[in-house]
Ligand binder design. Structure first.
Ligand code: MG
Length: 377
């Protein structure tokens, strides 16, 4: 069933620690299952995507977003003849490196780390999570995932240069990732863009009219919805249009990628790796629409005043708790205190905070920082 350019599980470069094969699950299926059974995956339920729990239980959190990315990715993978098991594992793991409080949390951790001459990157944190922080198996640290899943964690959304990131040199940084990994970044964007329009309207930050006016693709499909369902309630018309936008993005990604693959003449996963550019892409017309949606969301949702209070509170919590553990490392859990013997304390504190859920980081902040004011470092 696999296309010639799909990544075959038999061609996997394998795991860091050799393991006997499983009688009825292949290595990529096992990786997917290991991700699903990991703590980091479960914690996604209590990590903010865009809206914190304070708003409503109906909105996406990082776990439901991840499940949506997996659904969209599997559909596209099946249609392109890609390896669905690898795609599913990559989709389910793609956000496990995100800290609490969404992008505000990420920005704050990065800012603090930069003051220590370091940085925070969620892809690299995800890699450390699956390689070191998950402790579940007697025979090896981490989840012992296959090379391709680890490579996809690193390379799905951006390229890293070997000179800048020597610690990643094993991940074939001069080569493109397999199509299965290339797909994830774009399905991620399809999933969050459409979901954020949905949640943004539901949260009353955006109006339906504003979406129709600000997103040309949405306006285009809305007239068709109006023709087909003139008497439907506005809310359901909006939903039909949103479904249609999602379908247009997915269908275009499939058809344009097929075209790119045919034009590039790739006949194997190895050919895909050796190309100068990634092949999974939207057509130029739909790519323009995609950018417009993103721009609309930046201008009207992500920086809206309604979300600002949550973001500022998230940044304050992370900043103060970081400063607290730096000045009082004895209050770190024992395992983390031991790590601080081998790594700089700021790295240990950063890893600890990045792994926390929104709830837990707030609870820790109440416990250690209530009353006193610890200045951010
Ligand atoms: Mg994502």
């Amino acid at each position: 069933m696999l296309a010639p350019y799909a990544y075959r599980v038999e061609d996997s470069r394998g795991r860091r620690y050799a393991e006997p094969s499983h009688p009825y699950r292949n290595d990529f299926q096992r990786d997917r299952d290991r991700v699903v059974h990991s703590r980091a995956f479960r914690r996604l339920e209590n990590k903010t995507q865009v809206f914190s729990r304070r708003f409503s239980d109906h909105f996406r959190n990082r776990l439901t977003h991840t499940i949506e990315v997996a659904q969209i990715s599997r559909t596209i993978a099946a249609e392109l003849g890609l390896n669905e098991d690898l795609v599913e594992a990559l989709a389910l793991v793609h956000d496990v490196g995100h800290p609490p409080f969404g992008h505000a949390g990420e920005r704050m951790l990065n800012e603090i780390m930069q003051q220590h001459g370091d940085f925070f990157d969620h892809n690299l944190h995800a890699l450390r999570t699956v390689e070191q922080f998950e402790q579940r198996y007697a025979d090896f640290p981490g989840l012992n995932l296959t090379f391709e899943v680890r490579e996809g964690i690193v390379k799905h959304s951006r390229d890293y240069s070997a000179s800048e990131f020597p610690q990643l040199s094993e991940y074939l940084l001069d080569l493109r990732p397999p199509l299965e990994a290339q797909l994830i970044d774009l399905t991620d964007e399809i999933a969050y863009s459409t979901a954020d329009l949905d949640d943004g309207v539901e949260a009353l930050i955006l109006t339906r009219e504003q979406v129709r006016e600000g997103v040309p693709l949405f306006a285009a499909v809305s007239s068709e919805v109006e023709r087909l369902h003139p008497n439907a309630p506005e809310k359901l018309k909006f939903n039909e249009a949103l479904k249609s936008v999602l379908d247009r993005l997915v269908s275009d990604l499939i058809s344009h990628t097929k075209e790119q693959v045919a034009n590039a003449g790739v006949n194997s996963a190895g050919d895909v790796r050796r190309l100068a550019e990634r092949l999974v892409a939207f057509s130029p017309e739909i790519d323009r629409e995609r950018r417009q949606i993103k721009q609309f969301l930046y201008e009207n949702l992500y920086y809206s005043s309604v979300l600002r209070a949550d973001k500022e509170q998230g940044e304050q919590v992370i900043g103060e708790l970081f400063a607290f553990f730096m000045s009082s490392p004895d209050d770190l859990p024992e395992g983390h205190q031991a790590k601080a013997q081998q790594e700089p304390l700021y790295r240990v504190v950063c890893d600890y905070l990045a792994g926390m859920t929104d709830n837990y980081v707030q609870e820790q902040h109440r416990r250690f920082c209530a009353g006193s004011r610890h200045l951010p470092v």
